[in-house]
Write a protein that binds this ligand. Structure first.
Ligand code: GLC
Length: 462
């Protein structure tokens, strides 16, 4: 992305700062006798390794230092359980401040020896990341060697997800915790979470949460999830722990079970990416298998379109339910990533995106529509603009770029995302408005955030 000379100078300087952040947030860990580097999301609060953050960091790092991009993937795959599961967090045993830490999850009987992990997953972005690394690696021989060494594990993860999270073969995976959806505190989870009665959450758990929550100790309370939500999050963790992290049981008994549009759009595009990798490696049988999964999910996503609302809607499927979740959030644009938007639907999605009363704010695009009663300009996933969801929007629009009206929005959003980061810094998330009255230029959450830096680099190179 290039502009005028002054703008270019600023963007170049910001790219340099982004590299510095990725460098200072990097740790060395030992895996199977070798040292690999991994990136923590931020030195504030998030001092462990997160699954979809690392998949994103790798996409930034490939433009800077390919070996570090490969290390990012190696280290995130080192948390893989025998059944193929990839946890959303791999803990750094030396860093004990974060809640909920390994003692709450108690997964050590199932995780690889010596690697402490959580027991839930996150959006399956790593497949997409692999194909991105291939496309952007300067040395094709090197990246092919890398792909050959990691594809078996990523394939195993996809097979795990298909087996346990779509046992009914609907094409749509089920998530069992809001944190699996990645947009942890989205209004999408409000209705499904009401299945958990607060009275059913043991006092012991409530006390634990209230005394240990690490985000509140460092971060601004007004930006973070509310206490009742946190009690429910930990209730679910405790429930799953009691099943001994048995996936079949978890999906069956969880009061929170959702077919989420964003998670499944990423699933679709990662399957397509795996198919591309296998095709490039001349493995047509494998390519066909993952292309088939992508097609099945694309078709199922199309079925989530509500003609009446003109939104793609999540579905609450807990305990046999089949209830669409009526919320207007950024997730409604995710099917663009999966090429699941028809040409009839496209204009209405673009109109929604460019509507200033919904998503076209000073710094688009807020994670919840401005005119939604749930919109909150500062609170975690309920309004602020997140670089990761802008990245998905930009890549989703890219799939329809041959239509000039889509190209225009794509180019503007790309420019606005880069400027937002260049002007305001590498925050976790941002106020969608120019000023939020807090005198902090709308910088929200924790600072010097790794995937904000990685996304800046990837978009700058686009
Ligand atoms: C928050 C986000 C989640 C992210 C993590 C680390 O929990 O909601 O999506 O992976 O932070 O950045």
């Amino acid at each position: 992305m290039r502009g005028g000379a002054a703008a270019n100078g600023k963007l170049q300087k910001t790219r340099k700062k982004a590299c510095d952040i990725l460098f200072s947030n990097s740790d060395k860990v030992w895996r199977n006798g070798s040292a690999v580097r991994r990136t923590v999301p931020s030195r504030e609060n998030y001092t462990h390794q997160w699954l979809w953050d690392s998949a994103t960091c790798a996409m930034g790092l490939i433009h800077v230092d390919p070996q570090r991009a490969y290390d990012e993937v190696y280290s995130v795959l080192s948390g893989q359980w025998k059944n193929g599961f990839l946890p959303h967090i791999i803990f750094d045993p030396k860093s004990t401040g974060y809640f909920p830490g390994p003692k709450v999850w108690k997964t050590e009987k199932y995780s690889p020896k010596g690697v402490l992990t959580s027991g839930i997953t996150q959006p399956p972005l790593v497949g997409f990341s692999l194909w991105y690394l291939y496309q952007n690696a300067p040395n094709k021989k090197g990246v092919i060697e890398f792909l050959k060494s990691v594809l078996p594990q990523v394939k195993k993860y996809h097979d795990f997800l298909k087996t346990y999270r779509d046992s009914e073969d609907s094409g749509l995976l089920t998530i069992v915790h809001p944190w699996e959806g990645g947009c942890d505190n989205s209004p999408l989870w409000d209705s499904p979470l009401t299945q958990i009665e607060l009275d059913d959450v043991l006092d012991r758990l409530k006390k634990l949460v209230d005394s240990k929550r690490s985000d509140l100790k460092i971060g601004n309370h007004n930006h973070r999830p509310q206490s009742a939500d946190y009690h429910r999050y930990i209730y679910l963790v405790d429930l799953f722990k009691k099943t001994a992290w048995n996936q079949e049981k978890m999906v069956k008994i969880s009061p929170f079970a959702v077919k989420d549009v964003l998670f499944n759009s990423i699933w679709c595009m990662s399957n397509e990416a795996l198919a591309n990798c296998f095709r490039m490696l001349n493995q047509p049988k494998e390519a066909k298998k993952y292309e088939g999964l992508a097609k099945q999910t694309r078709k199922a996503l199309m079925g989530l379109w509500s003609k009446k609302e003109k939104l793609f809607l999540d579905v609450d499927v807990s305990h046999g339910r089949n209830k669409p979740i009526l919320e207007n959030t950024i997730g409604t644009f995710a099917p663009l990533l999966a090429k699941a938007v028809t040409l009839d639907q496209l204009p209405s999605l673009i109109t929604r995106l460019t509507d200033p009363t919904q998503y076209w704010t000073d710094s688009p695009a807020p994670t919840t529509a401005v005119n939604s009663p749930k919109f909150d300009k500062e609170r975690y996933w309920r309004g602020p603009t997140w670089p990761i969801t802008n990245f998905f929007l930009i890549y989703g629009l890219q799939n329809y770029i041959k239509y000039p009206y889509v190209k225009k929005v794509h180019d503007t959003l790309l420019k606005k995302t880069l400027t937002m980061i260049a002007d305001r810094g590498f925050s976790e998330y941002f106020s969608p408005f120019k000023t939020n009255g807090a005198g902090n230029s709308g910088r929200l959450g924790f600072g010097n955030f790794s995937w904000t830096a990685a996304i800046f680099i990837a978009l700058y190179e686009k």
